[in-house]
Ligand binder design. Structure first.
Ligand code: ADP
Ligand code: MG
Length: 274
């Protein structure tokens, strides 16, 4: 019969062999506290398995968040709703429940620069990753450049397949740069495919829907994109002041009391676009 010392060593060895590294880390302290608290065997086993499962979930979430390529890691906790009264807390909370993903609903965040469009898009994207979904964040400019390159190098299908695999696609800053005919066409194909497969897109833009005709090279493509995008969608129209400029305004550097809406070129030149 194996002595307790032999069993103990073999237990640690087997935990490592099975890749149960978190259990291996906490088993000693869990054994001690189970003895102290006079826990049942079921309770003991349950706390060990919980440790392993939650550590694995955390690792998976981290990987998903890394793969999503968010420009920053911000959650809803750091979003100041009182600064932006046009954003409906209840609506955002509903989006964070991720029901929209299951329903294949798109989310469009509209508003001038600095009002928190990207912050909200990232917060929802992070929530999706934390729930175990795949997400991918890109700016419209990078997306279109990537699609165009893949088209010219004959890898468009692979690229589309990649985007198709993502449960959530976030396209930031649509409308900061006008799209030529080919770019408009490729973007249409992507939106169209996601629409057909019922996969959600979160899109941010500083242009109201009325301006989309001029943003795309062809108003027919613009309306075809809008048609698919808006069929099942939620629009959050943010009509507030730029959060970026709030401290400057407080300090009296900017005297305006009305929202300052910079044209996109100026924002880009100042290096603060989007
Ligand atoms: P937009 O995409 O609309 O141009 P961002 O989401 O990039 O604006 O916001 C600009 C900066 O201000 C970011 O650092 C963001 O976290 C912050 N920000 C914007 N709105 C808020 C808010 N209501 N509460 C807290 N931070 C905010
Ligand atoms: Mg932005």
């Amino acid at each position: 019969m194996a002595t307790e010392a032999v069993s103990y060593e073999r237990m640690h060895l087997n935990l490592k062999k099975l890749g149960l590294l978190s259990i291996s880390e906490v088993v000693d302290s869990t054994l001690e506290s189970a003895a102290d608290k006079d826990q049942s065997l079921v309770e003991f086993l349950d706390s060990l398995l919980e440790a392993e499962v939650s550590a694995r979930c955390e690792r998976t979430c981290e990987t998903k968040i890394k793969m999503a390529r968010f420009p920053f890691k911000k959650t809803i906790d750091s979003f100041d709703f009182s600064f932006q009264p046009s954003v409906d807390r209840k609506q955002v909370r509903d989006l964070l429940s991720l029901r929209f993903l299951a329903d294949g609903v798109n989310v469009v965040l509209l508003g001038p620069p600095g009002v928190g469009k990207t912050h909200l898009a990232v917060a929802i994207g992070m929530a999706a990753c934390q729930a175990g979904h795949t997400a991918y964040f890109t700016t419209a400019t990078d997306l279109v450049a990537g699609l165009t390159k893949s088209y010219t190098t004959g890898t468009f299908d692979t690229k589309m397949h990649f985007f198709g695999r993502m449960r959530l696609l976030i396209i930031d800053e649509v409308g900061y740069l006008p799209l030529d005919r080919q770019a408009s066409n490729l973007l249409f194909q992507l939106i169209s495919r996601r629409y057909e497969s019922g996969s959600s897109v979160i899109l941010t833009s500083n242009r109201g829907y009325g301006e989309w005709g001029t943003m795309f090279s062809d108003p027919v493509i613009a309306s075809a994109v809008l048609d698919r995008l808006l069929h099942r969608s939620v629009t959050i129209n943010i009509r507030g002041e730029s959060y970026r400029l709030k401290d400057k305004r407080k300090a009296g550097i900017i005297g305006a009391t009305k929202p300052v809406i910079l044209p996109p070129e100026e924002e880009t030149q100042a290096g603060t676009a989007g």
